[in-house]
Design a protein around this ligand. Sequence first.
Ligand SMILES: Nc1ncnc2c1ncn2[C@@H]1O[C@H](COP(=O)(O)OP(=O)(O)OP(=O)(O)O)[C@@H](O)[C@H]1O
Ligand SMILES: [Mg+2]
Length: 340
Amino acid sequence: MNTAKDTILKVDNLKLQFSSNGQTLNALNGISFSIRRGETFGFVGESGCGKSTTSRAILRLLADNAKITDGTIYYNETDLLKLSEKDLRKIRGKEIGMIFQDPMTALNPVLTIRKQIFEQLRDTKLSSKEKEIVAIEIMNKVGIPLPEKRLNEYIFQYSGGMRQRAMIAITLAGNPKLLIADEPTTALDVTIQDQIIKLLNHVKEDFGVSILLITHDLGVVGRMCDRVAVMYAGYIVEMADTYTLFSAPRHPYTKGLMDALPKLPQEQTRNEEMKPIPGALPSLSDLPQGCPFVSRCQLHQTLCQDQLPTMQEISPGHFARCHYFHKLEGCTGLINCTKG
Ligand SMILES: Nc1ncnc2c1ncn2[C@@H]1O[C@H](COP(=O)(O)OP(=O)(O)OP(=O)(O)O)[C@@H](O)[C@H]1O
Ligand SMILES: [Mg+2]
C-alpha cells in the first residue's frame, strides 16, 4: 500500500477546461495518479490527449483560457492548487523543475549558461566562487565537456544534444525533488536520444529526483519508466507498472498503440514513429457520454456507448477504464521493456 510518506505527488480527480472560440474544451476529465519518491512515472498517449496540460497544471503554468474546475494536486503535504502565486514560485524550479522538448525556447537566449545556473543558486548562501564550483560539477555530471569554457557560452552556441544537457544542468542546479520532463528526447536524433535517456536515468539516481516523463513513444517508456499511465482524450485509460502494462495490456487503446509498433528487431532499430490507430480522438468540446474510445474500439458494445467505464483495479496496481477489459485476458503486448 502506498502511504503518503513515499508519495511525492498526488493528483486526484483533476479536471480542466479551455475556453476557445466560444466553446468549452474538456481537456482533462478527472485525472488521478501519484508519483512515488525515486520513481520515474510516465504519461503516454497520442498528440492532443492532455499530457502537457496535465504537467503544466501541476505548476499552474497554464494559458489564460484554461480553468481548473475540480481536483487536488498535492506535492508532499501541500495542495498546489491552493497556493498563492507567490508561494507557488517557491515550488517552481526549486522543488519541482521542468525540462521541455525545445531548450531554445525554454532557456534565456541572452544569458550565459553560467548566469542561468547562478540564478538557480541565488537563494543559497554560496559565494560566487562556490557557485562556480557547483556549476562546473553539475556540468560535468550531465556530460558537458570543458565546463569552464562552456559556462561562458549562450544556448545557441550549443549543439542539439548539448542544449538538452545544458537545460538539464540548469534545472538540476535548482535542486528539485521532482523533475517534469515533457518530451525531452522527441526532437533529437536516435543516437542523441539514447544518450539523453541514459543521462536522465543516471540523473535520477545521482540527484535522487523523481521524474514525471511525458512522451508519445512507448520505447522511451520502456527504457525509463517504473510505472506508466496511458492517456486518451483527457482520461487516464490504463495505469500499471511498466512491465505489467507491456506484458499484459488490458485496455484496447493501449493494445492498439502496441500493435501499431514495428515488431521485428530490425524494424525497431529504425525508430519509427507510432503508427496511428484508425480513427481520431473525439472532439473535446463534444465528448461521447460513454467511453471516449468507443468510435475506434474493436471490442465495443452498446454499454460502451451509454456508460463511461470507471477505472477498475484488475490486479494490484493495474487499472483499466474498460467495460470489457477481460476480453483482453491472456493477451500479451510488448516484451522489450528493460525496466522491472
Ligand atoms: N491554450 C489552449 N487553448 C485551447 N485548447 C488548448 C490549449 N492548450 C491545449 N489545448 C488543447 O488541449 C488538448 C490537450 O493538449 P496537450 O498539449 O495537453 O496535449 P499533448 O498530449 O501534450 O499533445 P502533444 O503530444 O501534441 O504534445 C488538445 O486538444 C489541445 O489542442
Ligand atoms: Mg505535449
